[in-house]
Design a binder for this molecule. Sequence first.
Ligand code: PMV
Length: 372
Amino acid sequence: MSGNSKHIHRSAWRCPSNIALVKYWGKRDFQKPMNPSLSFVLQNAFTETSVELHKNGDQKVAFYFDGKPGTFGERIEKYLEHVSGKLPWISKYNFAIHSQNSFPHSAGIASSASSFGALALCLTELDFAMSEKDAGTPDFWKEASELARMGSGSACRSVYPGFALWGQTQLFESGSDEFAISLTAGIHPVFEGLRDAILMVDSGTKSVSSSTGHRLMDNHFFQRSRIAQAYENVNELYLALLTGDLSKFIEVTETEALSLHAMMMTSSPSFILLKPNSLELINRIRRFREKAQIPVCFTIDAGPNIHLLYFQENELDVKAFIERELIQFCENGKWMEDRIGGGPERLMSVSGSEIRNTGKIDLNSQPATRKP
Ligand code: PMV
């Protein structure tokens, strides 16, 4: 960035949500994962956030959601206090933060991933400007990912286009528990056409928060085997992504979704988040795959909604299948179309009407170094 960029006191970003294929479930230390996870970002589900710094007024954080004073101010204030250990300039300013989501809260999409992703990107841009660091380097994305992780673990995977890996593994020297890395290099082109139809089973509030959920792994009887399984699944899935092995992709993705729920069902206390209609959808997706010989599968977050994954070339058949067989099991027939996305975008403004990409930061500077 140019020399006078240190005078920037405003930043705005759009950041997508992501859906994990290998699930992060269980924490250690501060927001570090018990196991590695692998996800992809969505295209249509995102948060737009602007951060403005000022020195007047006595309110540390004024937070607006959809243009109105929002309820997350306190959580953000705590978060800023925490990250001020890394970004000391935070203590010198008051913050006006505007945020809006492209999807309804009830959609069962992880809004914490896109929200903390967007906020972390704004803070990173401000930090790079203040310290006159070059924002067009991989360090920019590493810092954004790490700051996002400190807000919500899975958010660290939202700052990259396409697939991302979070956690130290045998696969990448650059892999870390502190930030995610991009997995765009070498991925088989079939995955550019990855689609996600989010089938809404129940829009009610979750009966278990993710922080409660993660804690369930602390003394879980299956903890060691779950961690071992996730390591193995990350390896297998990554290989499938490189080779375009759709059977493996399907096998790992479904095993992971069901393992996440198996962990919840067998923890103490135990939670069953799947609903009868979730199971009906799972069975019908599997039956369709067998009968039609079309590569479809499902993944599930910590809730009852089902993400039906499929590929662009089968779009017509899959949409007809959704209309014919699946929407009857969705709440009010609701489902949302999404796809693998291109990652975050820098914006001019969020609170005003003008929202556009300024394109000043090199969005292609997120390489992942593969181990030889
Ligand atoms: O980032 P958190 O603390 O909301 O945890 C997310 C956990 C899952 O969504 C269930 C899995 C994942 O890897 O995203």
